[in-house]
Write a protein that binds this ligand. Structure first.
Ligand SMILES: [Zn+2]
Length: 296
């Protein structure tokens, strides 16, 4: 069963073909363009719908249910109900959202979950050590997908070159709470297809600078952050979302996600679900149907 799902779920060659087909289709019809989707009447849902409608129809439902591991841990940021780093709440909501094929893990996935998963989505601090780095590397080398959300991108006890080589970014040094403007930096990437030039979150948290960032990272979106408090970094556009291939595997990293509310933002969800689908392999648009499901 495990081997069947692995073969089915990790159809990398088929996935790559689909992805190329999607890009070709977009190029033909010129969907993306450089349009700015401002407008007084436009809200997040309308803009998200526009992005969803940009996806090539043939690619939207491609592939069977993904085998997703939702990796969480105990809440670590203030009391229950404050909506900050609420990993258990996120896990419960997304387990329901993903439905068939979902697996849950606390702290770290079980060995059999590494064997079965198309994609592991981590929303909690990850306690990296040599053994875990090796295990994750084998999983990625074999074609697995990994998604790091918010605290999962912040390496403890400190930034690490080894972690950067594994997931694209080795950690961060600074953080800021407040409004976040995500400027799309790779408008031609299928994950960003049909999105406006910027996605604004009313309130969340950014981390920067990437310490270090691997050479093969594709930065999808940035946020302009001011000079570090001790002058450690200049004012600059800092990477907030990225893609990183490793072996046959893929890693998608996403810095925002401090607040539970952010996971209900429709435009943020477009980026997130496409990032998860990209990491899993197959059509980037296969989870588009979840974007407007169950938001509150
Ligand atoms: Zn946070």
């Amino acid at each position: 069963m495990a081997s069947a799902s692995r073969a089915g779920g990790r159809g990398r060659a088929a996935g790559a073909r689909l992805c190329r087909a999607a890009i070709a289709c977009v190029a033909l019809v010129g969907v993306r363009g450089g349009a700015s989707f401002g407008g007084d009447e436009a809200d997040g849902v309308a803009l998200a719908r526009r992005a969803l409608e940009s996806a090539p129809e043939v690619a939207r439902d491609a592939g069977g249910p993904l085998r997703v591991v939702l990796l969480a841990d105990a809440k670590d940021h203030g009391p229950a109900g404050n909506g900050q780093h609420d990993y258990p709440l996120w896990q419960a909501r997304w387990a329901e959202l993903f439905g068939k094929g979902v697996m849950v893990a606390e702290g770290w996935p079980a060995e059999e979950q590494f064997a079965d998963a198309d994609v592991i989505v981590a929303y909690c601090y990850l306690k990296w050590d040599g053994g875990r780095i090796g295990q994750m590397r084998r999983y990625l080398d074999g074609g697995g997908g990994l998604v790091l959300l918010h605290s999962a991108t912040w390496t403890k006890p400190g930034p690490s070159g080894e972690v950067a080589e594994l997931v694209g970014v080795g950690g961060f040094q600074l953080f800021r709470h407040g409004p976040v403007r995500l400027d799309v930096a790779a408008a031609d990437h299928p994950i960003c297809l049909g999105l406006p030039a910027a996605v604004t979150l009313e309130n969340d948290e950014t981390y920067w600078p990437p310490t270090p960032m691997a050479a093969r990272v594709t930065v999808l979106a940035t946020s302009v952050e001011e000079k570090g408090a001790r002058g450690s970094t200049p004012r600059a556009a800092q990477p907030m979302l990225w893609c990183y291939p490793l072996g046959k595997g893929r890693v998608f990293g996403c810095v925002p996600g401090h607040l539970a509310k952010t996971f209900d933002d429709p435009l943020f969800r477009v980026l997130l679900f496409r990032g998860i689908a990209w990491a899993a392999g197959g059509s980037v648009f296969r989870l588009d149907r979840l974007v407007l499901e169950g938001t509150r």
